[in-house]
Design a protein around this ligand. Structure first.
Ligand SMILES: O=C(O)CCC(=O)C(=O)O
Ligand SMILES: [Fe+2]
Length: 342
């Protein structure tokens, strides 16, 4: 099976051939490539890769000053082995950031409100180009997230999922992002996993990478190397998409294997989710299945171990997006709120 490349303009214009390609790839693989030209191309990616490398190669105190341990919002620098997947420490380092937002002013405080918050930026005196470059990235990738989420929703007969406070996903998408660095080190050679197999918790993930390394598992169990053409980003589904669509677009399973890495590697990942306070109400995928002209049975994957209890293969009850997101983050960064240090 081949991973298709679709043009963002065609997707935004609801071009039937583009929608058909996306539908098939998202159903079978959970992933496709998105060509963003003429607005965004390989040069825009390169600027971000340069700043990302500068950050990870900066003196240790530049990074430790903004350690994720100082942030109640799980944002900041994550050292190698500080995060784990499937109980195994990840051999990568990252800087985690997200949409800066505050909880609704008159809402009763909830534990999961820590998902709202501000970012910890590296010292601009040490890395002057970092923030402007990251801000430019955030602007265009947010547009990509909105375009794809709306197109996938539409492909299942769901219109206007964004735009108003009472839209299915709220006024605008919420997002978390990370810059990731897989250091080229003898220490890691021979270990076959750099980031264990998993599904992302969000609705949709958009990533760019400076070299190969990511692999994706198709619905048939085949592992494919993710290798987008220059200037294209990678788009894949997360658990919220699988849950919301009743299994029509299952969460994409992926991993980063040492075998595929040649030297060091940078990737930049954005996870898009509905507004934190919105209630996600799973839709009936029957209409989408009928539009496809098949009568294939569709259900939330019963064999996805990353889903939470009560979600596997079951009819999922409506839930608050921020609450579930918080529970998932806890599994990745197991810690007590008391452990947050200033
Ligand atoms: O580095 C990559 O390409 C993938 C990272 C990833 O899957 C994640 O951060 O969830
Ligand atoms: Fe992932």
């Amino acid at each position: 099976m081949r991973i298709p490349t679709v043009h963002i303009g065609a997707l935004a214009a609801h071009d039937p051939a583009a929608i058909a390609a996306v539908r098939q790839a998202t159903r079978q693989i959970g992933l496709f490539y998105l060509d963003l030209r003429p607005g965004i191309g390989a040069e825009t990616f390169d600027e971000l890769f340069v700043e990302t490398r500068r950050f990870f190669h900066a003196a240790p105190e530049v990074k430790s000053a903004i350690s994720v341990r100082h942030s109640p919002h799980y944002r900041g620098f994550v050292a190698p082995r500080e995060e784990s997947t499937n109980g195994t420490a990840d051999l990568k380092e990252s800087w985690e950031f997200g949409r800066e937002a505050t909880p609704p002013p008159d809402a009763e405080p909830q534990d999961w409100f820590v998902m709202y918050g501000g970012n910890q930026w590296p010292d601009p005196a040490r890395l002057p180009g970092f923030r402007p470059t990251v801000d430019r990235y955030t602007e265009w990738v947010s547009q990509v997230g909105r375009t794809v989420v709306e197109a996938l929703a539409r492909s299942m007969g769901q219109h206007d999922v964004l735009g108003k406070p009472d839209s299915a996903f709220g006024e605008d998408l919420h997002w978390f992002s990370r810059l990731i660095y897989y250091r080229d080190s003898d220490e890691y050679r021979g270990e076959d996993v750099r980031l264990g197999e998993h599904t992302d918790s969000g609705m949709l993930t958009v990533s760019i990478q400076d070299s190969d390394g990511l692999e994706v598992r198709t619905q048939d169990g085949e592992w494919l190397l993710v290798s987008p053409p220059p200037g294209a980003c990678v788009v894949f589904t997360g658990e919220l998409m699988g849950l919301w669509s009743g299994g029509y677009y299952p969460a994409c399973r992926h991993r980063v294997h040492a075998d595929n890495l040649r030297g060091d590697r940078v990737s930049v990942i954005s996870f898009f989710i509905p507004e934190l306070g919105s209630v996600l109400r799973p839709i009936d995928p029957a209409e989408a299945v009928a539009a496809e002209g098949t009568d294939a049975a569709v259900a939330v994957a019963a064999d996805n171990p990353w889903l939470r209890p009560g979600e596997r293969g079951d009819a999922v009850e409506p839930f608050v997006v921020g609450e579930r997101e918080w529970a998932r983050v806890h599994e990745i960064f197991p810690r007590d709120e008391q452990e947050v240090t200033k």
